[in-house]
Design a protein around this ligand. Structure first.
Ligand SMILES: [Zn+2]
Length: 78
């Protein structure tokens, strides 16, 4: 596997991922990743990317429920 940017050698290591949405900021650290030796570009595998996206979608949905106070009615029963 070589860097898509400059063709340099990719070294396996760890990196972090962060994204900012209206309701939250999501930061995930120590994710297995590859970094280009030459241009320092960080690449994640397709598998890692799809797992992160799935997680972000879930957090987005649930944080939206909290922010807009759409929490389950059961919580107010007691
Ligand atoms: Zn590169």
């Amino acid at each position: 596997m070589n860097c898509s940017n400059c063709g340099g050698v990719l070294i396996q290591g760890k990196s972090s991922y962060s994204t900012s949405e209206d309701e939250f900021t999501f930061i995930l650290e120590d994710i297995p990743a590859y970094q280009c030796e030459r241009c320092k570009k960080v690449l994640f595998t397709d598998e890692t990317v799809s797992k992160i996206q799935k997680l972000v979608r879930r957090i987005k949905k649930e944080s939206c429920e909290i922010v807009h106070n759409k929490v389950s009615a059961n919580l107010y029963d007691y």
